[in-house]
Ligand binder design. Structure first.
Ligand code: M6R
Length: 366
């Protein structure tokens, strides 16, 4: 079943271009300029009138949810809150009939996410599911939803589920933006065209596997890792850190790059690898100065940059060059080298990447 791959995780990383294509199939067309997510269309009036969106999930799915906040607020101009399901269910949150709640779960069986859904339903909110497993408990418990169509994900570390969740969130945001008139049709088309070509861009990134393996060999014995990104790359930084910690057992933290000087900068010395997500066009100079701050303290910098970058290349210890895409879409591209980096480091440390210690594929107990 693993085919040519030694591990499910690697296979699933490589399946991402196809998984994303499958998640788009029949749901959008760039030249036609349309998006059609059935569940969103079905509840379009209620969604259009929603006062706010609440996204709830756990783990990697929570990271997609955080990206969902950035994407939906940016494109559709609706206020969004993102909640860990385990906090949401117990903290007596304000949930109203006018809320649109999106629950994200690969397995569709996560106990805390399911409980958060039940709470939202009791308070009369409209609840939408983004699940991978067809017919799962969460898919059945929600009023409507979209399947990610990533195919079975066996590796405990979530990879293709994450990228397809993000793809679905982009489509949902675009459809709502379009129906609200919040986005010019030309911009919408541009993003749709970029989405259609993103699977091939990811195929380009996968060709960097050997280079990433070489970087992994340099840092496999590190005790700590810091992942930094701004804007759309901040949730990616957190997701990259989660991948590393769960499969390699190296302590890693993802942070918004500018928060570094509020604490984590104290950790930086010549032993500390810092992974920078530096593909942002809008905040480029700010990231350059964050990198300078790390280099001034002798930290080791691994930077994910856009192809053709020169400024960061001159400063970083290692640069991974990825194709440039619209910032809204960029997480689909920038997460891939981080998945591969975590995978190779874990393999070099002799870890069981598909079944890391203490972890289960779906957390059906709280
Ligand atoms: O099945 P779910 O998406 O609800 O699972 C949520 C988390 O348990 C899951 O994403 C977990 O964090 C992964 N092991 C991360 O790789």
């Amino acid at each position: 079943e693993k085919g040519d791959f030694e591990h499910y995780m690697l296979k699933e990383i490589y399946e991402q271009p196809k998984a994303i294509e499958d998640s788009f199939r029949g749901r959008m067309n760039a030249s036609g300029g349309w998006i059609k997510m059935g569940g969103i269309t079905e509840y379009s009036a209620r969604i259009a009138n929603a006062e706010r969106f609440v996204i709830t999930a756990c783990g990697t799915s929570w990271h997609s949810g955080l990206l969902g906040e950035y994407i939906i607020e940016d494109l559709a101009r609706v206020p969004v809150e993102v909640e860990y399901a385990s906090e949401f269910r117990y903290r007596n949150p304000i949930v109203r009939e006018s809320d649109f709640v999106i629950a994200i779960s690969q397995s569709g069986e996560t106990a805390d996410t399911l409980a958060a859904i039940e709470l939202a339903k009791e308070r009369q909110a409209l609840v939408y599911g983004i699940c991978n497993v067809i017919g799962s408990s969460i898919a059945r418990a929600t009023h409507a939803g979209s399947y990610t169509h990533a195919g079975p994900e066996i590796g405990v570390a979530s990879t293709k589920a994450f990228s397809t969740q993000v793809s679905i969130l982009i489509l949902i945001a675009l459809q709502i933006a379009q129906s609200k008139g919040a986005i010019p049709q030309s911009k919408l088309r541009q993003i749709l065209y970029e989405l259609e070509s993103v699977p091939n861009k990811i195929r380009e990134v996968l060709k960097l596997d050997d280079q990433i393996r070489e970087i992994a060999a340099v840092y496999k014995d590190a005790k700590n890792f810091l992942y930094l990104g701004r804007g759309y790359n901040y949730p990616v930084a957190m997701e990259g850190a989660l991948k590393l910690k769960e499969i390699s057992y190296i302590h890693a933290e993802g942070y918004p790059a500018a928060e570094m000087k509020h604490g984590p900068i104290a950790l930086i010395d010549e032993e500390m690898p810092v992974v920078f997500l530096a593909t942002n066009v809008s905040a480029y100079e700010k990231i350059v100065s964050n990198i300078q701050e790390v280099k001034a303290r002798k930290g080791k910098v691994i930077a994910v940059v856009n192809e053709g970058d020169t400024q960061i290349k001159a400063m970083a210890d290692h640069c991974i060059e990825v194709p440039q895409v619209d910032e809204v879409i960029s997480p689909l591209v920038t997460i891939v080298p981080l998945q591969l980096l975590a995978y190779h480091i874990a393999i070099m440390r002799g870890c069981n990447v598909d079944q890391p210690r203490n972890l289960a594929k779906s957390v059906t107990v709280e």
